[in-house]
Design a protein around this ligand. Structure first.
Ligand SMILES: *Cc1c(COP(=O)(O)O)cnc(C)c1O
Length: 404
């Protein structure tokens, strides 16, 4: 698959100015197809975790490839429906929401995933056996990586503990609830198939108590490379191992079920770049800073998760390599990259920040009254503006100006 050329990126930065997010449609398609085809002889269904990147054009791209959606709020459910998804293609996996929100989701006809016994009881009382639901279980498998993104451990707020299964069964039986799926999502950054399989085994065991299952959903956590030498999930190996284990399980269960996943990062991370401009070069006693026209307001992952995002100077790729720290313009220590070797950066150069497809624009904000960037989609060697840069008036949209 051909990468977007620096030439195209420079054209985009000239036409739409910076900062600007650029997404590569072919890369998204490639990742989707690669993941999908890693599973053999199973009915695998991918539900794209739309919280990673939810521009409506990206959602439509997913829909055209045959993906479903994983939505974590009623607003995401509504956006998914607006993008043209059928309700049954949307998995709604909320956490700590008001029961009214779950009622709205049932009314819209989407697949409901319940992660709390109190909610399950309310669900049973209201719907009995009339509307099935999936159960989000927490197998307490520790995914590797940063503690903020491990959600399967014992202190996690996510899911119903596997140790509470007996209680779950009693609620389900007494209220006649139809459980159509079992779900787990152990968090981002799962390194190998064996971690998955340990969690999967627990779900396979739990399945014996739920005779009406239609699917098993193993969430996500597929790791992509952010820098050279990073350990990444071996998708093909994982796909083969999980497919085998799943087919053996279906055999024992007595019926073929569908196998669901909810990838976010794996599908869109590498497809996105944030283009920023070097505003100033600032030499201090210890460091040469490149101050850019962006910061934690547009890309918070480096500060929030300590994430590494590779940075390139696309305006001077052949320049002499020098050592820089790349920082934002926000009144916070918003370092985008420490001690990076870059071809000499001159004021006005365009820097490309990689892996900015997932949890990048979708986590952006207006801190310091800064405006959110534009978004551009590159597809078949053409590029399209898919979101305008915010305007100053946007900051006042919901404010009520009074003369008090
Ligand atoms: C965030 C999330 C995902 C996606 O995780 P990635 O690491 O981006 O693939 C999947 N399922 C649920 C329930 C999530 O909250």
């Amino acid at each position: 698959m051909k990468e977007i050329s620096n030439n195209t990126l420079e054209k985009i930065s000239q036409q739409y100015s910076t900062p600007v997010y650029v997404y590569h449609a072919e890369r998204i398609e490639f990742q989707y197809n690669r993941l999908k085809s890693a599973f053999k002889n199973v009915d695998v269904q991918l539900h794209y975790a739309m919280k990673a990147l939810n521009n409506i054009n990206i959602l439509k791209l997913m829909k055209n490839m045959g993906s479903g959606l994983d939505a974590v709020s009623i607003e995401e459910v509504e956006l998914g429906l607006m993008a043209g998804f059928e309700p049954h293609q949307i998995m709604y996996t909320p956490n700590c929401v008001d029961f009214d929100e779950i009622i709205s989701a049932v009314e819209k006809g989407v697949v409901i995933n319940i992660d709390n016994i109190s909610i399950l009881e309310q669900y049973g009382a209201k719907y009995g056996s009339s509307v099935p639901c999936c159960l989000r279980l927490n197998p307490h498998i520790m995914a590797g990586g940063h503690s903020h993104i491990s959600v399967g451990h014992i202190d996690s707020k996510f899911g119903i503990s596997i140790y509470q299964l007996r209680h779950v069964q009693r609620v389900v039986e007494s209220q006649g609830i139809r459980v159509n799926g079992l779900h787990m999502h152990t968090g981002s950054d799962i390194l190998d198939a064996d971690v998955f399989l340990r969690g999967a085994d627990l779900l396979f065991d739990a399945a014996a108590d739920f005779p009406e299952l239609e699917f098993m959903d193993f969430g996500s956590g597929f790791k992509v490379g952010y820098k050279e030498g990073d350990i990444v999930t071996d998708i093909e190996e994982m796909g083969a191992k999980i497919s085998t284990a799943f087919n053996e399980f279906c055999e024992r269960y007595g019926r073929k079920l569908s196998l669901w996943f909810e990838p976010g990062k794996f599908i869109v991370s590498e497809a996105g770049s944030l283009l920023v401009k070097a505003n100033v070069i600032k030499q201090t006693t210890s460091t040469v800073f490149v101050g850019v026209n962006s910061g934690q307001n547009h890309l918070i992952r480096p500060m929030f998760y300590d994430a590494y995002h590779h940075i390139e100077n696309i305006s001077n790729p052949k320049g002499t390599t020098r050592l820089y720290s790349i920082v934002g313009y926000i009144c916070e220590t918003d370092t985008l990259g420490y001690d990076r070797q870059l071809p000499e950066v001159r004021e006005g150069d365009i820097l490309r920040i990689r892996n900015a497809g997932a949890y990048a624009f979708s986590m952006s904000n207006n801190y310091n009254a800064r405006l959110r960037p534009a978004e551009v989609l590159v597809k078949n060697d053409n590029y399209y503006l898919i979101r305008e840069r915010e305007k100053l008036q946007d900051l006042l949209v919901n404010q009520i100006e009074l003369d008090l």
